[in-house]
Design a protein around this ligand. Structure first.
Ligand code: SF4
Length: 181
């Protein structure tokens, strides 16, 4: 059954404009990061889609998790995600973000990114090529335009569930450190 679009006209216009001006945070976690330079530079030129890199989370729209994520880095990813302003979007690169990939039984990496932060879109591949990355960005833009990229809302609605998963992996220190006081 088709989903009912409950957005107002102004929200639809805002989403249309958002989808054409996307800033992705310069923050990379795994092997997939090496595919970003060719995606950004002259051969694939992601800027023609209206996408560019941004240095600070407070001004970025997209958080890319470009591969495996160690528990140590997970904490920084959560801080970073929470510092980004709504609406914000997350893309997971490769199998490592879906189920741990080749590190599925590692003691120091997480298996499922979406236990900790909401993921709007995954890119298949180990590692994904630039064509797959650009295709994912196009898909995300379309999702935003249609009001379907709602991970940031899910994070608020299910905050206790996400927080419990975060604490289970990282300990109570996640909510009692210098960043959260
Ligand atoms: S999915 Fe493959 S390329 Fe990506 S981080 Fe994991 S091992 Fe590396």
């Amino acid at each position: 059954m088709a989903q009912i679009d409950e957005r107002s006209v102004w929200e639809k216009i805002a989403d249309q404009l958002r989808s054409r001006s996307m800033w992705m945070l310069h923050y990379c976690t795994g092997c997939g990061a090496v595919e970003l330079p060719p995606s950004m530079t002259s051969r694939f030129d992601m800027e023609r889609l209206g996408m560019g890199p941004m240095a600070t989370p407070r001004q970025a729209d997209i958080l890319l998790i470009t591969g495996y994520l160690s528990a140590k880095t997970l904490r920084r990813v959560i801080y970073t995600y929470e510092k980004m302003a709504d609406p914000k979007y997350v893309i997971g690169f490769g199998s490592c973000t879906i189920n741990g990939g080749i590190y599925y039984d590692s003691y120091s990496t997480i298996n499922r990114l979406d236990y900790y932060i909401p993921v709007d879109l995954y890119i298949a591949g180990c590692m994904p090529r630039p064509e797959a990355i650009l295709n994912a960005f196009n898909t995300l833009m379309e999702m935003i335009r249609k009001g379907e990229a709602n991970g940031w809302k899910r994070y608020k609605e299910n905050y206790e569930w996400y927080k419990q998963n975060q604490i289970r992996s990282l300990g109570e220190v996640i909510v009692h450190d210098e960043f959260h006081e």
